[in-house]
Write a protein that binds this ligand. Structure first.
Ligand code: C2E
Ligand code: MG
Ligand code: MG
Ligand code: MG
Length: 286
């Protein structure tokens, strides 16, 4: 034990920490194989406008681990970021998403939909990211204007000038940007107006407490007004009840995502959802 070993010796992890570390190491090794072994899958969660139409989807990564079953991205994305595996993982996600957009472009029901893809700060700040996106968009045949990258405020904390230049270059390719989990990070309002964004995404923590907590309501309202004055779309995530939807809509929010409409679904299920959706989808090109 650490104490018996004396003050000047290295301390050892306690058994619980050691077990947790071993588990993480094992998970990391498994994650390295997940791409090749086809254990990763994109799920799709509907995004709905204030006329009730499905206007797009967010792609959410799922890992079907051979022993553990479905592992949440909340668990393996941080691990992938920590180990650098996020680069490979993120490229796979973007390749899948663009291939899917290319296929949807040829289906009348699906062609009008946008697809939002989460890009981690590490991935976004990697040197070759712009070149990768240029090549991917050129060869995938995906309609670029239907692709939306979701970044979080953590992507924006350092080298703001460089990040802005990157976003401008990516946007000149035609794609769009949404600022995910907005309100939970440390964005400075001063440079928010300089960022080439298209959308703010109200974090689900505010949406959850909207109807019961005046503070959450105040924050949601402030984000919606901020979006309005900056000329940005605002979407709310984690909308679970119609009361939440109504409250948001009353404040001027026009787009919603959450279990109220649909859970994240496997591709086939999502496509079936769209086909059978009463209010339909916007027309392609519209
Ligand atoms: P996020 O981008 O903020 O995604 C929203 C999360 O909220 C998703 O969790 C989604 O399943 C969940 N959600 C959607 N509607 C509701 C609702 O009505 N109520 C509640 N309670 N939750 C709802 P998920 O799929 O577990 O993903 C967690 C996070 O993992 C994502 O948060 C995102 O940060 C990250 N992530 C997911 N896929 C990717 C990916 O392909 N790349 C990267 N870099 N990160 C990803
Ligand atoms: Mg997201
Ligand atoms: Mg989010
Ligand atoms: Mg979130």
């Amino acid at each position: 034990q650490a104490k018996a070993a004396g003050r000047n010796r290295l301390c050892f992890f306690d058994p619980a920490t050691q077990a947790a570390m071993a588990e993480l190491t094992a998970l990391e090794a498994d994650l390295r194989q997940a791409i090749d072994c086809q254990q990763l899958e994109l799920f799709y969660q509907a995004q709905v406008d204030d006329r009730g139409r499905i206007v797009g989807a967010e792609a959410l990564l799922r890992w079907n681990h051979p022993v553990l079953g479905w592992v949440s991205p909340a668990r393996f994305i941080p691990l992938a970021e920590h180990t650098g595996l996020i680069a490979q993982l993120g490229e796979w996600v973007l390749q899948q998403a663009c291939a899917q957009l290319g296929l949807w472009a040829r289906e009348p029901h699906m062609a009008g939909l946008t697809l939002a893809v989460n890009v981690s700060a590490h991935q976004f700040r990697q040197k070759g990211f712009l070149g990768f996106m240029q090549q991917l968009l050129a060869r995938s045949g995906a309609p670029t204007d239907k692709l939306k990258l979701e970044i979080t405020e953590s992507a924006l904390v350092e080298n703001v000038e460089q990040v802005i230049a990157l976003m401008v270059a990516l946007r000149s390719l035609g794609l769009h940007f949404s600022l995910d989990d907005f309100g939970t990070g440390y964005s400075s309002l001063a440079y928010l107006k300089r960022l080439p964004l298209d959308q703010l995404k109200i974090d689900q923590s505010f949406v959850r407490d909207l109807v019961t907590e005046p503070n959450a309501m105040a924050i949601a309202r402030a984000v919606i007004q901020l979006g309005e004055s900056l000329g940005l779309d605002v979407i709310a995530e984690g909308v679970e009840t119609d009361a939440q939807r109504q409250a948001l809509q009353q404040q001027g929010c026009h787009a919603f995502q959450g279990y109220l409409y649909a859970r994240p679904l496997a591709l086939q299920d999502f496509q079936a959802l769209v086909q059978g959706w009463p209010a339909g989808t916007p027309r392609a090109g519209g």
